[in-house]
Design a protein around this ligand. Structure first.
Ligand SMILES: Cc1cc2nc3c(=O)[nH]c(=O)nc-3n(C[C@H](O)[C@H](O)[C@H](O)COP(=O)(O)O)c2cc1C
Length: 140
């Protein structure tokens, strides 16, 4: 499966999480690209079988959390995602509120099927993500 991981990172945590996710996908035999929202080409990303978009959590720590403007505007620049699988992820310190559902809804509005939503309190992907990557490897 061709996987594209795109992230927005301010101080490197989300970048490191995205890179670790890429390594996990590659261990499962997928072809994977990992790029920042600033560097990624929306047209190319739209052609992946599985599109993962990640943001750091912006907000007032316990309220008003949201994805970054850059991560949402990257989703807005993606093409028709009908038939594409997607996942969203974020890194955070305290709470993520509606961040992940908001990113998922934006991808779904473009036609993607969002199969996973993952949050990490640091740069390490969770066991839940590892199981997801293994399930994707087993999928037809
Ligand atoms: C201005 C600002 C607002 C933040 N708001 C939240 C928040 O509402 N909830 C939370 O859990 N973490 C919040 N954080 C913490 C970051 O989301 C967290 O440290 C993240 O892992 C940083 O990712 P990065 O290193 O990729 O930039 C905030 C950080 C900053 C700088």
């Amino acid at each position: 499966m061709k996987v594209a991981i795109v992230f927005d990172s301010r101080t490197g945590t989300t970048r490191a999480a995205a890179a670790a996710m890429g390594r996990i996908f590659e261990e499962q035999g997928h072809e994977c690209s990992v790029q920042s929202v600033a560097d990624a080409d929306p047209e190319q990303v739209s052609e992946a079988d599985l599109i993962c978009v990640g943001s750091w959590t912006q907000g007032l720590f316990i309220i008003l959390q949201h994805p970054t403007k850059s991560s949402m505007s990257f989703i807005d620049r993606l093409g028709d995602l009908k038939g594409r699988k997607a996942a969203v992820f974020c890194t955070y310190k305290l709470a993520t509120g509606s961040l992940l559902p908001r990113m998922a809804a934006a991808l779904e509005a473009r036609g993607a099927e969002v199969l996973g939503q993952f949050k990490y309190r640091g740069p390490e992907p969770t066991e839940q993500f590892r199981s997801f990557a293994a399930a994707m490897a087993a999928a037809p």
